[in-house]
Each structure stands twice: as C-alpha cells, then as structure tokens.
Design a protein around this ligand. Structure first.
Ligand code: IDP
Length: 140
C-alpha cells in the first residue's frame, strides 16, 4: 500500500477540554505522521460548506453550530493506508459503538460531539486538504 494523506479535525468538544495533545498521541501511536496542523475557528457558514453533504440530515444545523462553537485543529496526516488507519483509530461515529482504545471511545461525549473528523475516502481527503491548506503548508 502506498503512502497516503488524509484530513483530520480535532473538534470543539476536544479542543475545549485540552485534549489536542492526547489525541495527537493516539494518532502518532497508530503510525500516522502529522505533516500539517493549525488551530482555527470556523464561522457557522464555513462549517456549513464543509458539511454540505449532510445538508438534508436532521442534525445539520446542530452540527454546524457545534463545529463553529470553539476553535478546532485541522490536520493533514500521512502514512501507509492513512485514510483507513485514521478511521480505525477514530472509532465508530457513536462513541457507544466505538471499539476499546479508539479516540471516540476514550474521549467523545456523544454521537455529535465526537472529538474528531477523518476523511472517508481518497477523493474527500484531497478535497478537504485543499479546502483548509495551501501547497506551501504541506511539507512532507
Ligand atoms: P463520521 O464523522 O464518523 O464520518 P458521519 O456520518 O459522516 O460520521 O457524520 C458526520 C458528523 O455528523 C459526525 O462525526 C457527528 O459529529 C455528526 N453526526 C452524525 N450523526 C449524528 C446524529 O445522529 N446526531 C448529531 N450529530 C450527528
């Protein structure tokens, strides 16, 4: 498997509770290298653009409110099979269903406030990285 890049967010519930370092330790422990990282705050409109795919879902407004409520940390992770590896270390969307040792099992508060985002495929990874980072910020 070739080296891949994926996009990750440490969400407001986690930055608020000072969990950035603990989550990064989990990512690095899984063999993912953090090749770009910055702390930003989204407006509700920007959160809406990022999550546009969920526009018709009943939780869309709540999700956009939440994602713009506090700063987030956006990251690019690199490693072998990085997209799937990150999804594995994140755990299931609902922390009650997440496996032991995963970020969401350990840190998530609820199905909405679930501490991390990770791209779900190669196309979304490329789109999400390009949305948040310029080429100059991506140093391998
Ligand atoms: P994922 O983040 O595990 O890929 P998605 O189904 O793509 O999960 O949902 C995106 C985000 O929307 C979730 O991470 C979570 O923050 C939020 N979300 C998903 N389902 C619900 C729900 O039933 N209630 C509230 N928020 C939800």
């Amino acid at each position: 498997m070739a080296i891949q890049r994926t996009f990750s967010i440490i969400k407001p519930d986690a930055t608020k509770r000072n969990l950035t370092g603990a989550i990064n330790a989990k990512l690095e422990g899984a063999g993912l290298r953090i090749v770009a990282q910055k702390r930003i705050k989204l407006s509700k409109e920007q959160a809406g653009v990022f999550y546009a795919v969920h526009k018709e879902r009943p939780f869309y407004d709540e999700l956009c409110e939440f994602m713009s409520s506090e700063p987030i940390v956006v990251q690019v992770l690199e490693g072998e099979n990085a997209i799937l590896k990150n999804r594995e270390v994140m755990g299931a969307t609902n922390p009650e269903e997440a496996a032991e040792g995963t970020i969401r099992k350990e840190f998530a508060l609820s199905i909405g406030e679930n501490s991390v985002h990770g791209s779900d495929g190669e196309d979304t990874a490329a789109e999400e990285i390009a949305y948040f980072f310029s080429g100059l910020e991506l140093v391998g």
